[in-house]
Design a protein around this ligand. Structure first.
Ligand SMILES: Cc1cc2nc3c(=O)[nH]c(=O)nc-3n(C[C@H](O)[C@H](O)[C@H](O)COP(=O)(O)OP(=O)(O)OC[C@H]3O[C@@H](n4cnc5c(N)ncnc54)[C@H](O)[C@@H]3O)c2cc1C
Length: 305
């Protein structure tokens, strides 16, 4: 089965989710071709195990992000099942490619099987939907839902110059107000909620984040209550959906809207002084304690690792 993956890039390299997309394609028996917009990351893409072909899509339109122009330029290169990450860019481009090609699209898949059976969380993660589609179709895939294959591939690279007119281009994205790791990209996240009491107390979370290389996230109550906590940190239904290996929730009650954005994390650790807080219902490890008592020894232990 032919699968076309549109690579996700970060700066001038491939984003790790690109390899996960290859893993996802292989899990349903696909033979993936990876298209690298703007020619970014082609050599790296060719080494991902399972990749059959890499296309370096070059053209002026790839200098800035305009989903319409990208979709116009990339659409003719797509065959079979077309896949992107379910990042903001990935969803936007793939929705337009699906419209141009008049094919169905399923967003935010977390499971794929031969067939093609696609599973994804719906209703804020309260239910899992299973759909069956056949190629040609389009599927966006949630980050960290699939394992990355190895890097012993050696796929051939071809170049296509296929620019298109830019309508609206994003010239600069200033959403990242800080140089810190974004929650959407992190493999470890430590998030604080209203239970942190004061925004200055997030410094304790940053200290731990610096030790373990984590991103710091927040509940909506925290970002709504405190101007110092930017909305870009919000995890949940109306914030970012994250899927890290480790999610540490500190002073977060675990409202359904928060769980919607993080419940598929591999391991969840909750620190909350209320033993009945709903967050413990999804946690793998729970610490019933105030963060004031729990964080210092946790930090000490992390520092020893
Ligand atoms: C349409 C809609 C969309 C929403 N989208 C989102 C979303 O995307 N993300 C999101 O997070 N929320 C979202 N919400 C809000 C959500 O319903 C909750 O209000 C919010 O998640 C609560 O945040 P919290 O857990 O930080 O605060 P609280 O509910 O106030 O919980 C604070 C917790 O901290 C604990 N605590 C207090 N002091 C301490 C201490 N010293 N040490 C340890 N624990 C302590 C308390 O026991 C409590 O469990 C949405 C709501 C609606 C209606």
């Amino acid at each position: 089965m032919e699968v076309t993956i549109i690579a996700e890039t970060t700066g001038d390299a491939l984003h790790p989710v690109t390899a996960q997309l290859v893993g996802a394609a292989c899990s349903m028996g696909g033979a993936p071709t990876v298209i690298c917009p703007g020619g970014i990351g082609t050599s790296e893409a060719s080494t991902i195990s399972g990749v059959t072909k890499v296309i370096s899509a070059e053209g002026e339109c790839f200098g800035t992000f305009d989903s319409g122009a990208w979709a116009d330029a990339l659409s003719p290169l797509c065959e079979g099942v077309v896949m992107t990450s379910s990042s903001a860019h990935g969803r936007e481009v793939l929705a337009q490619i699906a419209a141009i090609r008049n094919i169905p699209i399923i967003q935010d898949a977390t499971g794929l099987e031969n067939g093609i059976r696609v599973t994804r969380p719906i209703y804020s993660g309260k239910a899992i939907e299973t759909s069956v589609v056949s190629p040609p179709c389009a599927i966006t895939v949630r980050q960290n839902a699939f394992e990355s294959p190895g890097s012993d591939g050696n796929a051939g690279i071809s170049t296509v110059n296929n620019s298109s007119n830019i309508g609206v281009a994003v010239k600069e994205a200033l959403a990242k107000a800080s140089e810190r790791l974004d929650v959407a990209e992190a493999d470890i996240i430590i998030s604080g909620g209203r239970g942190m009491g004061d925004p200055s107390n997030f410094s304790h979370l940053y200290e731990i984040a610096d030790i373990v290389g984590a991103a710091v996230g927040a509940s909506r109550a925290a970002v709504d209550t405190w101007d110092e906590i930017p909305h870009g940190m919000q995890v949940g239904q109306t914030g970012k959906t994250v899927n890290p290996s480790l999610y540490i929730a500190v002073g977060i009650s675990g409202a359904i809207q928060h769980l919607a954005g993080m419940r598929s994390s591999k391991y969840i650790v909750a620190i909350n002084k209320d033993a009945d807080a709903p967050i413990f219902g999804v946690a793998d490890y729970g610490i019933v304690s105030t963060w004031e008592d729990a964080l210092p020894p946790l930090k000490e232990e992390f520092a020893k690792l």
